[in-house]
Design a protein around this ligand. Structure first.
Ligand code: FMN
Length: 209
């Protein structure tokens, strides 16, 4: 079978989508088969009030036509950054496929209802962890955390309903640029970028590698 390139002359893996979300979904689904674990892992870059960027890995926990959802402690380093500056960028790298996707945009908080629904799906220990961890605060000794875990397990015994802490919720990144990158021999890589237009449509551009 001949591998017909897409309409831009790129590898057929780029498809011929008018918008980035269907292509992202297709690439993620492939990565879920080929990656050894955590195909949904991505790096999130945020910027603090001094302009200092910071990056860390997270897991994608939802996506829809509007954006990409992840959950975390709202009082963490990233939480503070995002409350002050909603602009953020995320990057997926799938080694098994030699592909990268970079997404930039701005975040908003998911609704309490959505966060509650996701929190309910987490296992008991993760729910307790969300209460006990003062994520990104300094900790004098590990025993302090163990004590907090013990206290919250007493407060919310296994089998009871563990409510979602107010400080634990999700963000949705609404993209304005999405770049798809595919490795090619001799570093002659292929890149396709989608840019959001004011009317909601997406323009597409090729980039030199
Ligand atoms: C593969 C991987 C997935 C992770 N997923 C999450 C996540 O979904 N949510 C989260 O809060 N931290 C997650 N972490 C931990 C973060 O990288 C980070 O250590 C933590 O959120 C504190 O970051 P901050 O101090 O910048 O706020 C993950 C770490 C790794 C390595």
């Amino acid at each position: 079978m001949v591998d017909t390139p897409n309409s831009h002359g790129l590898n057929k893996a780029f498809g011929n989508e008018d918008a980035p979300m269907p292509l992202f979904k297709a690439w993620l689904e492939e990565a879920e088969i080929t990656e050894i674990n955590d195909a949904n892992a991505f790096a999130l870059a945020t910027v603090d009030f001094t302009g200092q960027p910071s990056v860390r890995m997270l897991l994608l926990k939802g996506m829809n036509e509007n954006g990409f959802v992840f959950y975390t402690n709202m009082n963490s380093h990233k939480g503070d950054d995002l409350k002050g500056n909603q602009r953020a960028s995320i990057c997926f790298h799938w080694k098994s496929l030699q592909r990268q996707v970079r997404i930039s945009g701005s975040v908003s908080q998911v609704s309490d209802r959505e966060a509650d629904a996701y929190f309910e799906t987490r296992d008991y220990d993760s729910q307790i962890g969300a209460w006990a961890s003062l994520q990104s605060s300094t900790m004098e000794k590990r025993g302090d955390f163990n004590e907090r875990l013990f206290d919250f397990k007493s407060k919310y015994p296994k089998g009871s309903t563990v409510p979602r802490p107010d400080h634990w919720s999700g963000w949705i990144l609404l993209p304005n640029e999405v770049e798809f990158w595919l490795s090619a021999p001799a570093r002659l890589h292929e890149r396709l970028i989608y840019k959001a237009q004011a009317d909601g449509a997406w323009d597409q551009y090729l980039l030199y590698p």
